[in-house]
Design a protein around this ligand. Structure first.
Ligand code: NAD
Length: 251
């Protein structure tokens, strides 16, 4: 039996975050659907409540300390202390290194690394008090290096080191921390990449699928399924891992 807990999923207005929020709600948890604009979370919240689950929309910028503090106040008062955290919010600001602006470097570090740090620091207080916690951070196959993504690949590699350190420091409190490194997942983020390189999204998907051992691109639900496992009661001995969910081996 799954115990009902309070979960926060960042970047949950759409894409992988939205599918993950819906999956965790279906698993029986109350879910804070967090994204930059609370109004943009309405679709995810409605899908959860229509399916009989419990969710609230929370507008917050994960890279802003005051915004994160306010978000936690809302979650604690409306849903209870969060003991599941999925750091999923992300942005891309791709460019070849010689053209990459300092602002684009900082923006990517801000959302992925600073954001994960601020959210996790706020969450660990509730998790240590509860003697239970599940942290899942979104890395990427780009952590292994990807042309045009010096900022993003550095951030996603950083997420892996961050995750392993969380596992070491927080394990004694009943808290696990793991990272998921997705390959190509069909979302607005990969649609934006297709647009940047000037290829219709359908062609981009078909071309990418040929290169993937299972011969298809990933869907947000593929990642949500892995989050569901890592946040489950039974996964308490799985910690500090990076799971590549990419339709084939990537590491
Ligand atoms: N799509 C892929 O192929 C893929 C592959 C590997 C890793 N990832 C990672 O998975 C995660 C989700 O990706 P996606 O494809 O669903 O992206 P997406 O662009 O569809 O959704 C990302 C969400 O994060 C939100 N967000 C951005 N900055 C934020 C901030 N400062 N505070 C709060 N919310 C913020 C956006 O508003 C958006 O709703 C990201 O971390 C991404 O880097 C995606």
């Amino acid at each position: 039996m799954t115990e009902s807990r309070t979960a926060i999923v960042t970047g949950a207005a759409r894409g992988i975050g939205a599918a993950t929020a819906q999956r965790l709600a279906a698993d029986g948890h109350a879910v804070a659907v967090l994204d930059l604009d609370a109004a943009a979370c309405a679709g995810t919240v409605e899908a959860i409540t229509a399916a009989g689950g419990r969710a609230i929309a929370v507008g917050a910028d994960v890279s802003d300390e005051a915004s994160v503090a306010a978000a936690f106040e809302t979650v604690v008062s409306e849903l209870g202390a969060p003991t599941i955290l999925v750091n999923n919010a992300g942005i891309i600001r791709d460019n070849l290194l010689f053209k990459m602006s300092t602002a684009d470097w900082d923006a990517v570090m801000g959302v992925h690394l600073r954001g994960a740090f601020l959210m996790t620091k706020a969450a660990q207080k509730h998790m240590t008090e509860a003697g239970f916690g599940r942290i899942v951070n979104l890395s990427s196959t780009s952590a292994l290096g990807n042309r045009g993504q010096a900022n993003y690949s550095a951030a996603k590699a950083g997420i892996q080191g961050f995750t392993k350190t969380l596992a070491i420091e927080l394990g004694r409190f009943g808290i696990t921390a793991n990272a998921i490194a997705p390959g190509f997942i069909q979302t607005d983020m990969t649609a934006a990449t297709a647009e940047r390189v000037g290829v219709p999204f359908d062609d981009f998907i078909a071309f990418s699928a040929k290169e993937i051992p299972v011969q298809r691109v990933g869907q947000p639900e593929d990642i949500a399924h892995t989050v569901s496992f890592l946040t489950s009661e039974g996964a308490g001995f799985v910690s500090g891992q990076v799971i590549y969910v990419a339709g084939g081996p990537k590491d």
